[in-house]
Design a protein around this ligand. Sequence first.
Ligand code: AMP
Length: 212
Amino acid sequence: MKQFRDLLLSEATYKALDKLKFETPTPIQAESIPVALDGRDLIACAQTGSGKTAAYVIPLIEKLLLDEEACGLVLAPTRELAKQISDVVHELTIFTPSISQAVLIGGTDMERQLKALRRGPRIVIATPGRLTDHLRRRSIALDYAKFLVLDEGDRMLDMGFAPQLDVILKYLPKSRQTLLYTATLPANVKQLAAKYLNHPIHISVGPTSQPV
Ligand code: AMP
């Protein structure tokens, strides 16, 4: 089994992993981290509980440490998932204070979100609805969002977020890296990948259930 040390991460990330007592990468982490660090687009089929969040947050932090003008955008279908992702980002950036974050979700104080945006976050975690609100009021620009993660892609489509994704993707730079995480891979998710990903590497870990 691969160890985190084999993945050649920054010392700050190793310190954060030690603090979390994460010793061995989960299968999705062992497979996706090298691909993401290599700059490739990725479709990863993985369930909640597989360690998928750290599988993309770790390489995202590494990329942002290397490219100081770049930002990362993580889109999630629900507020709850966005908050969980934010917790993982917080834990993994504890020794990299330059990697700040903002969480843009519905049902929470807009003023607080605007304040967080004014500070120039390096990682934005958002639900598609709230992010499109911010884009409309021009409180966020995504010109430097060179890293995009679509988490729970299948659920985002099930929840009817395809039109918002179309809007959001128009604001992102063409030259970017896109990572798509999904529990299942039905035709609509494949179409989403074909539309927004560039020659992705395909990874599948654990059971994937496909509707008949
Ligand atoms: P996730 O699938 O991202 O929701 O993660 C599920 C759980 O696995 C979370 O409670 C994480 O803290 C934990 N976890 C993630 N990666 C590791 C790891 N490499 N070693 C131990 N626990 C982990």
